[in-house]
Design a protein around this ligand. Structure first.
Ligand code: C2E
Ligand code: CA
Ligand code: CA
Ligand code: CA
Length: 278
């Protein structure tokens, strides 16, 4: 009835308004945040399971909101992808990550890969390869230490993805597929793209040793990667049992809270030096 409808509407409207309002607020906060550089990067190591050496780090963005405190990327990256601010934020992330890698090299740390997440919007950005080339040159970081993480969804336009990835590979950077197994990339398209690594999504690693189908999935992805001559990293590793399983399957690298959560650069340096001593 009209009355029921009105009631429904009136109880719904304030909620809608609040959400829309929060969103607008967050959006204007974001614009300022980019100008004022309220962001930082946290780093999480990738460890080679044979040598037990740290072979790289993944850079993960954080927002130090002046009122709301430290915000994880899940709370603002989707919005920046919608409104396009990800292009500016993404350039800042790339620059900061490359400068950090160079700083660590200059400080005498062993060479390490630096992994940076690319969003769909960045992947489609005009002259992406040229932009990344300029960022690499400005930072002084050797291109072969940069690893760009893309997701399967970015490869759905096969022609475009093949061209873009080829232009990125020409820079000398590495390409990995993030969250592998959660999207829809076909095996034939994997073969078509110049990809260096698969990162097995942590949802498969979580219950790896709980007796379900995840063990088979992880084992299958690992052996497929080997056959395709791709590297493979297991994400979200949290315990010894998972490490043991991954070693037995000859999975190359692991990343997760088992080693450490993502941490700021200075804490990562401490963590790394302490780990090297023991
Ligand atoms: P991701 O690329 O899959 O990054 C890994 C996420 O898993 C990180 O969350 C990390 O903190 C979390 N993680 C790592 N190890 C473990 C573990 O052992 N257990 C559990 N439960 N979680 C673990 P974070 O930092 O909140 O980032 C979330 C997502 O935000 C990232 O997922 C990535 O898709 C996106 N993101 C982060 N930084 C950037 C960026 O600079 N640009 C873009 N486009 N996206 C970013
Ligand atoms: Ca990632
Ligand atoms: Ca991931
Ligand atoms: Ca992701």
């Amino acid at each position: 009835s009209a009355k029921a409808h009105r009631n429904e509407y009136s109880s719904y409207a304030p909620e809608m308004n609040r959400k829309a309002h929060d969103r607008l607020r967050l959006e204007s906060d974001l614009r300022r945040a980019i100008d004022e550089e309220q962001f930082s990067l946290a780093y999480q190591p990738l460890v080679n399971l044979r040598s037990n050496q740290v072979v790289g780090v993944e850079a993960l963005v954080r927002w130090h909101h002046p009122k709301r405190g430290l915000l994880p990327p899940g709370e603002f990256i989707p919005l920046t992808e919608e409104n396009g601010l990800i292009l500016q934020l993404g350039e800042w992330v790339l620059g900061a990550a490359c400068r950090q890698n160079k700083a660590w090299q200059d400080a005498g740390l062993p060479p390490m890969m630096m992994s940076v997440n690319l969003s769909m919007r960045q992947f489609r950005q005009h002259q992406l390869a040229e932009r990344i080339k300029a960022i690499l040159e400005q930072s002084g970081m050797p291109p072969n230490y940069l690893e760009l993480e893309i997701t399967e969804s970015m490869t759905s336009d096969v022609e475009f993805a093949a061209d873009t990835l080829a232009s990125l590979k020409e820079l000398g950077v590495q390409i990995s597929i993030d969250d592998f197994g959660t999207g829809y990339s076909s095996l034939s398209s994997l073969k078509r793209f110049p990809i260096d690594k698969l990162k097995i999504d942590r949802c498969f690693v979580n219950d790896l040793t709980q007796g379900g189908s995840d063990a088979a999935i992880v084992a299958t992805i690992t052996s497929m990667a080997k056959n395709l001559k791709l590297k493979v990293t297991a994400e979200g590793v949290e315990n010894d049992e998972q490490i043991k399983f991954l070693r037995e399957r000859d999975c190359e690298e692991a990343q997760g809270y088992y080693y450490t959560q993502p941490i700021p650069a200075n804490l990562f340096e401490n963590w790394f030096r302490h780990r090297s001593q023991t």
